[in-house]
Design a protein around this ligand. Sequence first.
Ligand code: C5P
Length: 290
Amino acid sequence: MRTVIESAFAKLNLTLDIFPRREDGYHPLKTVMQTVSLCDEVKISLESKPGRTLRCTWAEGYDGGELPQGEENLCWKAADAFFARTGKAPEGLSIRIKKRIPMEAGLAGGSSDAAAVLRGLNTLMGEPLDPFTLAEVGAQVGSDVPYCVLGGTALCEGRGEIVTILPPAPKLLITLCKPDFGISTKALYEKIDATEITDRPDNDAMLEALRTADASKIGSLLKNVFEPLAIADHPEIETIKQAMRSCGALGTQMTGSGSAVFGIFNIKEDAEAAARALSGKYKTFLAVSV
Ligand code: C5P
């Protein structure tokens, strides 16, 4: 048996701009993404015993509801896509996922696990694919998977699959807060079709703030066009943002299609105070950009 263990990092959308729906049903987008240290652990093993098993469990202290097992898990689809592309499949495969990233959060937990399976299989099978080809395979699995294969700081376009890697962001201290409710990504995309977006992110300014490692600017330029739509249905998101601001956040935002909200801080004690203030009511996590 040969095994690799991959960290599957959560992502944040520092900006998220969305344009009118394409004929294939997807929306073109332009988003600056950042991986953060909150991560799942994905253990991939090639086995001599034929067959495939996938088990997904919460890490101790991270319980967050029912998890997709077996074929239902995006990791299964990732393995299929990898074997189809390389034309090589092992006799037996075992995937064990230890979850910490909450689900239905906009943190790309499922996509990141799938990306970890692609990276892990590529390592175990002797690196038949370069990272960009591996990201291309990821596009068959989900829109966020190509970015998750590559990680770090990146500008993503197309339906998410056109990934431009940027120089690493400065070290950002992050507090994450996950409210109890989830938000349907599909429903938010449908809602945005019926909305005229007037307040869009300034991606060029964000790229410049990242280039100059200006954390305050990065904080002030956070913008997600989904956020006002989500707040209209769930005003709690605004309450969480206010709590983070009152603890000294440089900026706060819902990530992706939510429902998780993050704050960026430059003082560790402030980030910890925000997590403490919200932890009575919500799941909270401290993280840094990676
Ligand atoms: O690609 P993925 O399976 O992650 O997308 C889930 C759903 O989100 C799609 O079926 C589509 O409705 C919506 N979506 C979209 N535009 C994107 C990404 C996703 O409309 N760029």
